[in-house]
Design a protein around this ligand. Structure first.
Ligand SMILES: Cc1cc2nc3c(=O)[nH]c(=O)nc-3n(C[C@H](O)[C@H](O)[C@H](O)COP(=O)(O)O)c2cc1C
Length: 202
C-alpha cells in the first residue's frame, strides 16, 4: 500500500518495521505484546518483518573494538548478525521485545544489544533516524521489584545514548506462556503504541 505525501502529492513508501523477539518461547508473553504493537503499525500502513533471536547464530561481542576504528564498516564476526545489520538499516522502526530474566533482559536480547556497538560504524548516524518501541513482560507483581523497570532503563539509556528515539514502552505481568493474552488493557496499549511508532507526528 502506498501512502500519499500530503506536502507534495508523491506516493510515499510505507514504513518498515523490524520486530526483534528476545524470548526463547515462540508464543511467549513478550512476543504477544510485540505482535500487538506490530498489528497497530500494520493498521497504520507499515510492513512488518519478524526476527526470532533464539537459535540464531549471534555470537558474543569479543570487545575487539575493530568496529570503532576509523573507516570501519561493521562487525568482523561473520554470523547471523550480518543479515540482521542489513535489516536494521533497512527498517525505519524497530520493536524490541524481551522477558525479564534475572532482573534484566534475556541473554538472547543482550547478545544482540552488545553487537549493536558495530551498528554505529555503518554511518555515524546509524541510530539517529530509528524509532523504537519496547515490549517487556515479567513474572513478578511489581514492575520495580521484578526488575522490569531496571530492564526498561537499560534500553532507554542505551538507545537514547546512540541517538535513537524511544517512542514508547509497554510492559505487563504474566508468568505462564501466553498468559498476557488475558490482559486486555496492556494489549490495547500495545496496539496504540504500534500506531504511534509509525505515525508521522508520533
Ligand atoms: C530464567 C528466568 C528468569 C526470570 N527472571 C525473572 C525476574 O527476574 N523477574 C520477574 O519478574 N520474572 C522473571 N521471570 C519470569 C518471566 O519474566 C515471565 O514469565 C515472562 O512473562 C516471560 O516472558 P516470555 O513468555 O516472553 O518469555 C524469569 C523467567 C525465567 C525463565
Amino acid at each position: 500500500m502506498k501512502r500519499m505525501d500530503k506536502m507534495n502529492g508523491k506516493a510515499k513508501t510505507p514504513p518498515k518495521v523490524l520486530v526483534l523477539l528476545g524470548s526463547p518461547r515462540r508464543k511467549g508473553n513478550s512476543t504477544l505484546l510485540a505482535q500487538r504493537i506490530a498489528k497497530g503499525a500494520e493498521k497504520a500502513g507499515a510492513s512488518v518483518e519478524y526476527v526470532y533471536l533464539h537459535g540464531l547464530d549471534i555470537r558474543a561481542c569479543t570487545g575487539c573494538m575493530k568496529c570503532q576504528r576509523k573507516g570501519a564498516k561493521g562487525c568482523v564476526i561473520k554470523d547471523d548478525m550480518q543479515d540482521l545489520y542489513r535489516l536494521m538499516k533497512e527498517c525505519d522502526a524497530w520493536v524490541v521485545a524481551s522477558p525479564v530474566y534475572w532482573f534484566t533482559v534475556s541473554a538472547q536480547l543482550k547478545l544482540w544489544m552488545d553487537r549493536c556497538l558495530a551498528f554505529t560504524s555503518y554511518t555515524p548516524d546509524a541510530f539517529s533516524g530509528k524509532r523504537i518501541a519496547i515490549a517487556m513482560t515479567y513474572g513478578g507483581e511489581d514492575p520495580f521489584d521484578s526488575g522490569c523497570i531496571n530492564a526498561l532503563r537499560t534500553f532507554q539509556d542505551a538507545y537514547s545514548y546512540v541517538g535513537a528515539r524511544i517512542v514508547g514502552m509497554v510492559y505487563g505481568s504474566a508468568m505462564a506462556e501466553g498468559e498476557i493474552a488475558k490482559d486486555a488493557g496492556v494489549l490495547s496499549k500495545a496496539e496504540d503504541l504500534g500506531h504511534l511508532l509509525v505515525a508521522a507526528d508520533g
